[in-house]
Design a protein. Structure first.
Length: 224
C-alpha cells in the first residue's frame, strides 16, 4: 500500500515540484496551499507531513502545534528560515525534522524514507475528523478548537461523531436515536433535540460557529 504524504506550502511551484517528484517515487500525494486546507485533509490520515513555516493566515509552527496531539505521523519542516533558533522552534513545536530551502530532492527523499521506516516501527495513528478548525479525535474521544478542549458527554460525542462522519447528510431524530442508542432502546427520540441544543451551545461558546443545521420538518445535518 502506498504511503500518503501531505505537502503544505503556500507556494504553488514548491508543492507542484514536490508532488511530481514524490509521486514519481510511488507516494500518494495530497497538497494544501494553506493551513485551513491542510486541516481539511487530516482525515486522509497522512503517513508524513511536509510543512512550510512561512504561510499567511496560520503559519507552519502554529499549525504544527495545533495538530501535533492529534496526529502521530512524522512532520518534516521545509522552509527558508535558517537560524538555529528557527530550527529549535520547529522541533519544540512538534516537528520531527528540519530541512532548509533550497534543498536537494535526493536528500529530502532519503529523510522521508527514514522517517517512514521509523514510524512504521511504532505506528499508533490517531483517527481524526475535522470541520474547519475544529478537530475531533476519534481515538481519544476528545474535541479541540485550536488548542482548547471542548468538554462533551459520551452521548454528545457519539452524536457529533455520527453527524460529522456523515457531514452534509440529513437525518431525522428517530434515525439518529436508533443509530446511537441502538434499535432496541426504549427511550424517546425527543432526547435528540436537547442533546443538539447542548452541543450547539458548547461549540458556539468556544468557536463562535454553528456546525449543526436544523432542516425544518426533516431533521439535522452537520454543515460541510
Amino acid at each position: 500500500m502506498k504511503h500518503k504524504i501531505l505537502i503544505v506550502d503556500d507556494e504553488v511551484m514548491i508543492t507542484e515540484l514536490l508532488s511530481d517528484h514524490l509521486g514519481d517515487e510511488g507516494y500518494e500525494i495530497y497538497i494544501a496551499n494553506s493551513a485551513s486546507r491542510a486541516l481539511g485533509l487530516l482525515p486522509k490520515n497522512p503517513d508524513l507531513i511536509i510543512l512550510d513555516i512561512n504561510m499567511p493566515e496560520m503559519d507552519g509552527l502554529e499549525l504544527c502545534k495545533t495538530i501535533r496531539d492529534h496526529v502521530s505521523c512524522p512532520i518534516l519542516f521545509v522552509t527558508a528560515r535558517i537560524t538555529e533558533q528557527d530550527k529549535i522552534n520547529g522541533l519544540q513545536y512538534g516537528g520531527d525534522d528540519y530541512i532548509t530551502k533550497p534543498f536537494s530532492l535526493k536528500e529530502l527523499s532519503a529523510r522521508i524514507a527514514a522517517h517512514l521506516r521509523r514510524d512504521e516501527r511504532s505506528h499508533m495513528a490517531a483517527s481524526v475528523l475535522t470541520s474547519g478548525k475544529l478537530l475531533v479525535n476519534l481515538s481519544q474521544r476528545r474535541i479541540f478548537f485550536k488548542e482548547r478542549e471542548i468538554e462533551v458527554s459520551k452521548r454528545e460525542f457519539d452524536l457529533i461523531e455520527f453527524l460529522l462522519t456523515n457531514a452534509g447528510q440529513v437525518f431525522d431524530r428517530e434515525c439518529i436515536y436508533e443509530r446511537i442508542w441502538g434499535y432496541d432502546a426504549e427511550g424517546s427520540a425527543d432526547v435528540i433535540k436537547e442533546h443538539v441544543r447542548k452541543i450547539r451551545a458548547k461549540l458556539h461558546e468556544v468557536t463562535g460557529e454553528e456546525y449543526i443545521e436544523t432542516v425544518w420538518g426533516v431533521g439535522y445535518k452537520w454543515k460541510r
